[in-house]
Write a protein that binds this ligand. Structure first.
Ligand code: UGA
Length: 444
C-alpha cells in the first residue's frame, strides 16, 4: 500500500478515530482542531473522549511518527493531499442540519489552497444530500475571490460517510461492512477508496448525492428498526407475548437480520435523532410528507418515558420517594449524554416529586453538565453517586436505563422489595420477580 498524506479536520470521535486508524494503516496523518487545549492534550498522547481501543491505536501511530496534531490550517493543508472533514453537524431548532462548522472548515481550507495545488476535500461529516455539490461551487467561488485561476482544477469534493458506532468506532473502522465513496470524478473517488485498501472492504463508488443519501438512509433505517420493535414490544405487553423471543424469531429470517431489534427505552445519541430529523427536513422540502420517518421519532420520544409510566403503576405518587437510576449515557461504552433517554426520565421523576440517585460508570461528569439547571433547581433531590450500590441506598425503586455490563451481575439482595424497571431487558424476569416488583419492556 502506498502511503498517502492525510489531514483530518476535527478531533471528535469520528475525526480522531479515523485519523488514528489511517495512521495505524501506515498513512501520514495530521489531525487538526481549532480547540487549542484539545490539541495540546493530544500532542501529549491524552485522549479527550472515551473510546475503547483508541489509546492503543493512537499510541502506536504516535510511536511510528505517523500522526501529528496542529491548530494551523496552513500547515495541515500544505502537508496533505487528502483533507477529511469530520466536524459536527448538530440539529437546528427546525430539525435541519447546522452546517456552520463544515462551512467554516471549507473557508479555512480554501484560504490555504494555492495556484499549483490539487487537494481532495473529503466529507466525513454527515451533511444533507446536495451539500457536496454545493461545496464545490462554494469553494471555487472562495478561490476565485482570492484570484486563483481555474479554481475548479485546484480541488475536488468527495463524500465518504462514516458508519462508526461510538464505543466500537475503532473496531468498525478496521472491519467495515462497506466503504462508500461518492464523487463527480470517479478516478478521484477511486483514489479515496484506495486509502482503505489494506482493509479490503466491500466498496461502493458512486456519485456525491448518492453517497450522502446512503448515510442518512442507513441511520434512518436502523432507527426505524428500533422504533418498530419498540412498537411491537408495546403490543406484546398488552397481549402476553415476549418481544425478545419475537425479535429472535424475526431475526432468523436473513432478510430481516437479528440486529437493532433490541426493544428498550428508545434510541439516543448524536446521530439517529439528529439524522432522522435532518432527513425529515429534506423530505419536507422536496416531497411533502415523510410519514415513516416522523413516526420513528414520535414513537421514540414516547418510548423514552415508558419506564416512568411503568413505575407510576406501582408507585402512583412519587412525592418523597427515592428512585435510583442506573446508566446515564445514551448507550454502554461511551460517556456521551447526547439525547440520552436518561435525560427525559430524570427530568420527569424530578417533576413528579421524586428524589433521584443517578449512577453511571463513565458519564457522571457529562451528566452533571447536562443537568446543571436541575442541580440548581432541585438541590439535594438530584444526587450523582459514584457506585451503583450507593444509588440503591434508601431507594424505593430502580430504573435501569443503559445496559452497562457491570449491571448484569447485580447483588440481588440489594433489590429485595424494591420496584425495578428494566428499561433494556437486561435481567431474567423469572429470577427478578422472585425478589422484587419487576417490569421490563415487552415481556410478560
Ligand atoms: C449510529 C450507527 O449505528 C453508526 O453506524 C453511525 O455511524 C453513527 O450512528 C453515526 O451516524 O455517527 P451510535 O449512535 O454510536 O451509531 O450508536 P448505536 O450503537 O447505533 O446505538 C444508537 C442507539 O440505539 C442507542 O441509544 C442504543 O441504545 C439504541 N439501540 C440500539 C436500541 O435501542 N436497540 C437496539 O437494538 C440497538
Amino acid at each position: 500500500m502506498s502511503t498517502k498524506r492525510i489531514a483530518v479536520i476535527g478531533t471528535g470521535y469520528v475525526g480522531l478515530v479515523s485519523g488514528a486508524c489511517f495512521a495505524y494503516l501506515g498513512h501520514k496523518v495530521i489531525g487538526l482542531d481549532i480547540d487549542e487545549t484539545k490539541i495540546e492534550r493530544l500532542k501529549r498522547g491524552e485522549i479527550p473522549i472515551y473510546e475503547p481501543g483508541l489509546d492503543k491505536i493512537l499510541q502506536r501511530a504516535l510511536e511510528k511518527g505517523n500522526i501529528e496534531f496542529t491548530t494551523d490550517y496552513a500547515y495541515a493543508v500544505k502537508n496533505s493531499d487528502f483533507i477529511f472533514i469530520a466536524v459536527g453537524t448538530p440539529s437546528k431548532e427546525d430539525g435541519s442540519a447546522d452546517l456552520s462548522y463544515v462551512e467554516s472548515a471549507y473557508r479555512s481550507i480554501a484560504e490555504q489552497i494555492g495556484d499549483e495545488d490539487f487537494k481532495v476535500i473529503v466529507n466525513k461529516s454527515t451533511v444533507p444530500v446536495g451539500t457536496g455539490r454545493w461545496a464545490k461551487e462554494f469553494i471555487a467561488e472562495l478561490l476565485r475571490k482570492r484570484g486563483i485561476k481555474n479554481p475548479e482544477e485546484r480541488f475536488e469534493v468527495v463524500s465518504n460517510p462514516e458508519f462508526l458506532r461510538e464505543g466500537k468506532a475503532v473496531e468498525d473502522f478496521m472491519n467495515p461492512d462497506r466503504v462508500v465513496v461518492g464523487a463527480d470524478n470517479r478516478d478521484i473517488a477511486g483514489m479515496v477508496a484506495s486509502l482503505y485498501e489494506k482493509l479490503q472492504p466491500a466498496m461502493i463508488i458512486t456519485d456525491l448525492p448518492t453517497a450522502e443519501m446512503i448515510k442518512y438512509a442507513s441511520n434512518a433505517f436502523l432507527a426505524t428498526k428500533i422504533s418498530f420493535i419498540n412498537e411491537i414490544a408495546n403490543i406484546c405487553e398488552a397481549t402476553g407475548a415476549d418481544v425478545t423471543v419475537v425479535a429472535r424469531g424475526m431475526g432468523l429470517d436473513h432478510r430481516i437480520s437479528p440486529y437493532f431489534l433490541g426493544a428498550g427505552c428508545g434510541f439516543g445519541g448524536s446521530c439517529f435523532p439528529k439524522d432522522v430529523k435532518a432527513l425529515i427536513y429534506t423530505a419536507k422540502q422536496v416531497d411533502g410528507e415523510p410519514k415513516i420517518l416522523e413516526a420513528v421519532i414520535e414513537v421514540n420520544e414516547r418510548q423514552k418515558l415508558k419506564p416512568v409510566e411503568k413505575l407510576l403503576k406501582h408507585i402512583p405518587n412519587l412525592e418523597g420517594k427515592t428512585v435510583a437510576v442506573w446508566g446515564l449515557a445514551f448507550k454502554p461504552e461511551t460517556d456521551d449524554m447526547r439525547e440520552a433517554p436518561s435525560i427525559p426520565i430524570i427530568r420527569k421523576l424530578l417533576e413528579l416529586g421524586a428524589t433521584v440517585k443517578a449512577y453511571d460508570p463513565v458519564a457522571l461528569q457529562n451528566a452533571k453538565r447536562v443537568f446543571s439547571r436541575e442541580i440548581e433547581k432541585y438541590g439535594e433531590r438530584l444526587q450523582f453517586v459514584t457506585e451503583k450500590d450507593k444509588a440503591l441506598e434508601g431507594a424505593n425503586a430502580l430504573i435501569l436505563v443503559t445496559e452497562w455490563e457491570e449491571f448484569r451481575d447485580v447483588d440481588f439482595d440489594k433489590l429485595t422489595g424494591k420496584v425495578v424497571i428494566d428499561g433494556r431487558n437486561l435481567w431474567e424476569p423469572s429470577v427478578m420477580k422472585s425478589i422484587c416488583t419487576y417490569e421490563s419492556i415487552g415481556r410478560p
